[in-house]
Write a protein of this length. Structure first.
Length: 133
């Protein structure tokens, strides 16, 4: 997921300055930043195939976290909108990919003020579920 998001979010003309496939304690002033965090895992027994075998799949719950520095609120809100729009587009275009069988948006995103490395940020959390069979 991190590689997919990095390719579509970071670079000239793209809305983020960095992506990470883990949480970070400090962004060293970078903004906007996207992190992909683990939100849990669930094993599912599948009902297809030979019923004499155990057929299992996995459901990964991920949280895509978007951090935008709160130096100028209007600029921050616009940047947050730009990043979430691009994240949504990337994920919608890859609901089925070679890495997973299915991707769903688990719940509405939420936005909250946070402090990272002593700096104020807005943090938007987008929960997603990825299923592999």
């Amino acid at each position: 997921m991190g590689v997919l998001l990095a390719a579509g979010l970071v670079g000239v003309g793209l809305p983020a300055t960095a992506t990470y496939d883990h949480f970070k304690e400090d962004f060293d002033g970078q903004s906007p930043v996207v992190c992909v965090g683990a939100g849990g895992f669930r094993v599912e027994q599948m009902s297809f195939g030979d019923h004499t075998e155990n057929n299992y799949g996995g459901e990964y719950r991920l949280e895509i976290l978007i951090f935008v520095a709160r130096e100028d609120e209007e600029v921050a809100e616009d940047a947050l909108d730009d990043v979430i729009e691009e994240v949504f587009s990337i994920l919608a275009a890859n609901k089925q990919a070679t890495y997973w069988a299915e991707l769903d948006f688990s719940a509405d995103s939420t936005i909250t003020p946070v402090t990272v490395g002593g700096d104020p940020y807005w943090m938007e959390i987008l929960p997603v579920t990825v299923r592999s069979y």
